[in-house]
Design a protein around this ligand. Structure first.
Ligand code: CA
Length: 225
């Protein structure tokens, strides 16, 4: 029986990755570093500091310090907010409705600290992710692809690993879910090809959240056998 679902936020609950990637690219350009927008889809799931650190190592051969990382992440977050209201991912509300109706407890597990989206959860997904069932960038010392965020999510769900699924849209997020020993569902809502999710050991791969939402009941039934 599946009793818990650990659910990522950006690219799963919100169609927000196109804005995140653009905000990252613009912020980096402001400090004189040219990045392709698509590269940020590969870092998706990592904390802001880890992403900045990775690019600093590549460009300058040094780590960024905490103060620098905070300032740059704040700037990126500001650019993201200025891009306006982000749409919910089509199919995502239907997915959470079907999970909830099947008695599955949902827990948010995000590498984001972006309060502009986190604060909207209750309005957009009423009752699905109460504050005690959220793991954000502020709750972990090692972000995705480390298993820590999903292990913390599992503890918040109060379910056993075999009773719990992860729902992700990013290869590093799938890696984190698999490393936590959980069946990890990939929904390919961005430009990353299906093969990358296969390589990371995704349990199932769906081409859109709408497709996954329509398959939730069947999947839960299958996993209860
Ligand atoms: Ca994501």
């Amino acid at each position: 029986m599946i009793k818990g679902a650990l659910i990522d936020m950006d690219g799963v609950l919100y169609d927000s990755m196109k804005y995140h990637t653009l905000a990252w690219q613009q912020m980096m350009r402001e400090i004189g570093i040219e990045c392709s927008r698509d590269e940020f889809y590969l870092y998706e799931g990592m904390t802001g500091k880890a992403t900045i650190d990775l690019i600093f190592m590549r460009e300058y051969g040094r780590h960024c310090d905490d103060e620098e990382a905070r300032r740059l992440y704040d700037r990126k977050a500001r650019l993201f907010i200025e891009m306006g209201k982000k749409d919910m991912m089509p199919g995502a509300r239907e997915m959470t409705r079907r999970l909830t109706e099947a008695g599955v407890r949902c827990v948010l597990v995000t590498g984001s600290a972006q309060s502009s989206l986190i604060d909207r959860l209750e309005e957009d997904y009423p009752g699905v992710f109460p504050p005690e069932r959220r793991v954000t960038a502020l709750d972990v010392s090692r972000g995705k692809p480390d298993p820590e965020p999903y292990l913390k999510g599992l503890a918040k769900a109060g379910t056993l690993p075999e009773e719990t699924i992860v729902i992700e849209n990013a290869p590093l997020g799938v890696r984190a879910g698999v490393a936590a020993g959980l069946r990890t569902i990939a929904v390919t809502t961005g430009p990353i090809p299906r093969e990358e999710f296969e390589k990371e050991g995704a349990f199932r791969i769906y081409p859109s959240m709408t497709d996954f939402a329509q398959s939730v009941d069947k999947l839960l039934e299958e996993l209860s056998l």
